[in-house]
Design a protein around this ligand. Sequence first.
Ligand code: 13P
Length: 252
Amino acid sequence: MSARRPLIAGNWKMHKTVAEAEAFIQRLLPLVYASDAADVVICPPFTALAAMVDSARGSRVQVYAQNMHHAPAGAFTGEISAAMLTEIDVDGVILGHSERRELCGETDRAVALKLAAALDAGLEPILCVGETEAEREQGETERKLRHQVQEGLSKIGAERLPEVAIAYEPIWAIGTGKVAEPEQAQDAAAFIRALVAGRSPEQAQRLRILYGGSVTPENATDLLALPDIDGALVGGASLDADAFAAIVGVAS
Ligand code: 13P
């Protein structure tokens, strides 16, 4: 683990009603109470954000949304703006998750606009990038990452780079139980850091890079020990407070 402060974020995706989220947070808070060496984030669905902000207030747990629209307001049915998130004291937002890119047609350009809007609103963004299995097999991983990272960061100044966390999530590892080999995760994270260093070598050393894709309490130790991996974006294992707390424990 590097000098960068570890960040462990749980992406609940479309899971948990408000009642289920409340039960989770009541179980989680005492488990992570003493883990002060890592930042702990939960990313509930929109409907549970306000309740989780209230329940986590005064604790070490921060609350992020899973998506937002870049525009301040407008005729965008079903969308949520940055101001709607900050009004209820949400701390940050996941942007460009592969599920939104694949299932909702989210483009690099849209993600870049969202990233700039999130930072302008004072939200801490997690920019998600990663290749498909076919892209990896065809030797296209670096080309894909270069495109996603450079495009995604294209609308912010270099001085703001350390406020962004980048999650490397190989799509073939998401929800499959097929976690990346430590060497694959490290190589991708180092490549991403080198891309950011192309904008600013100093800021690249401060920006946090997370790994995501089938992270569990069992494999977290090896992944979080990698020099360029500064945390994890956890899907399935973040739905269980004990498993999520165990990953936080590894990080801290
Ligand atoms: P899993 O941990 O369930 O593979 O999901 C990873 C992910 O997509 C987090 O954003």
